[in-house]
Design a protein around this ligand. Structure first.
Ligand code: GSH
Ligand code: NAG
Ligand code: NAG
Length: 351
């Protein structure tokens, strides 16, 4: 590739769940390391709220893929580049940009697989699943923030999330202060965005900061914030995520979302499930049944997914093929964790 060809830049943060979905797609499609510029945006330092990043993506989220436009004569960079700010759009773009005539450049030089569903019916299932995984009810980020339903787990969770939320809140406050001093020029819209984000983040930051206090040591306000936190956590895990897991398990065909062949929805599902299993105390060594049973137990109240999928899982050791019956999500876990893309993205553990 010559130096003059403009490259796409992926703004990402390695522990971020939706960035992992994009990284899986880059691997599956066989993008070489030198084909996309990876640019780190440290969410734990609130770097996504800096003005320079907000100019690329006013929603302040990663992944963000900045792609050069080929068909333009304009010299101004605003119109020569386009930012894709949504995981679904980014993965679709990466899929289309590398056809079967493009060679993969990762683990083999086989043709790049097409991840887009081949039929209207498959597209509908795929979109349903992706929508469920990105819904508020299925939010893997909320799942992480609200992964405590009693005081002991809240104390434990606050050790990592307390500093994380405090740093984010302080980074936004710094941006607001800079703009008030006139050191940077932020629009009214951006200032409002900062204020709204800061308020939401500060709320959680306070709950985590107070996590070490016993109920009786809390101010009346602190008490009601903690109660609100537990109420949200309970609803998210015991009602919303439970419903999303049940629906995804029902909609998917197994072992992958659309059956035997890997597709777009699997990039989202693999990252989403890895996050939930990790929050439930699972790790990369867990097999499908074990990973899903940890997740079911974590949801609690006797929740189990139907074990109605029979298949022949991949055999690594050359042993005889034994058909197994399990939930589709357990079959998915067994199938996806064998892939080099998954092993690479989760080489340092689930996140
Ligand atoms: N709808 C967006 C959501 C992306 C998203 O939620 N990204 C998270 C990281 S996984 C983020 O950037 N959060 C900003 C923050 O935590 O400050 C997408 O699908 O790309
Ligand atoms: C991938 O591309 C690099 C050059 O960018 C080349 O050196 C390498 O051999 C390629 N690998 C495969 C597996 O095709
Ligand atoms: C994964 O968890 C199991 C317990 O469920 C533990 O025995 C094992 O050592 C863990 N493996 C890794 C790689 O952390």
């Amino acid at each position: 590739m010559s130096e003059s060809v403009p490259k796409a830049s992926l703004y990402y943060f390695p522990p971020s769940i939706w960035c992992s979905a994009v990284l899986l797609a880059l691997q599956e499609k066989g993008y070489a390391e030198d084909e996309v510029d990876l640019k780190s945006v440290d969410l734990s330092k609130g770097e996504n709220y800096a003005l320079a990043f907000l100019r690329l993506n006013p929603k302040a989220t990663v992944p963000t893929l900045v792609v050069p436009f080929e068909k333009t004569l304009s010299a101004d960079s605003e119109s020569r580049y386009k930012a894709l700010t949504d995981t679904k759009a980014i993965i679709e773009f990466l899929d289309k940009s590398r056809s079967a005539i493009s060679r993969t450049n990762t683990t083999s030089s086989a043709p790049a697989p097409a991840l887009a569903p081949a039929t209207i019916a498959f597209t509908a299932i795929s979109n349903n699943i992706i929508e469920l995984l990105h819904s508020d009810e299925g939010s893997p980020n909320a799942a992480k923030w609200y992964n405590a339903r009693d005081e002991t787990s809240l104390q434990e969770l606050s050790k990592s999330l307390g500093p994380f939320f405090a740093a984010k809140r302080d980074a936004i406050a710094f941006n607001i202060a800079e703009s008030e001093k006139g050191a940077v020029q932020a629009s009214t819209k951006t200032k409002k965005f900062w204020e709204d984000k800061k308020a939401g983040i500060a709320e959680l930051a306070e709950v985590f900061a107070d996590a070490g206090k016993s109920e009786s040591e809390l101010s009346p306000e602190g008490k009601s914030k903690r109660a609100e936190y537990f109420k949200n956590a309970k609803k998210l895990w015991e009602t919303d995520l439970k419903a999303v897991l049940t629906r995804v398990n029902k909609e998917m065909l197994g072992p992958f979302a659309l059956g035997d062949q890997l597709s777009l929805a699997d990039m989202h599902l693999a990252a989403w499930l890895a996050r939930l299993v990790s929050l439930a105390g699972g790790n990369v060594s867990d097999k499908g049944d074990g990973a899903i049973s940890k997740l079911e137990n974590h949801i609690g109240n006797g929740f189990v997914l139907p074990k109605d999928f029979q298949w022949n899982p991949p055999q690594r050791d050359g042993s005889e093929v034994q058909p197994v019956t399990q939930s589709k999500l357990a079959a998915f876990w067994d199938a996806v964790k064998e892939r080099p893309s998954w092993k690479k993205v989760y080489a340092d553990g689930l996140h």
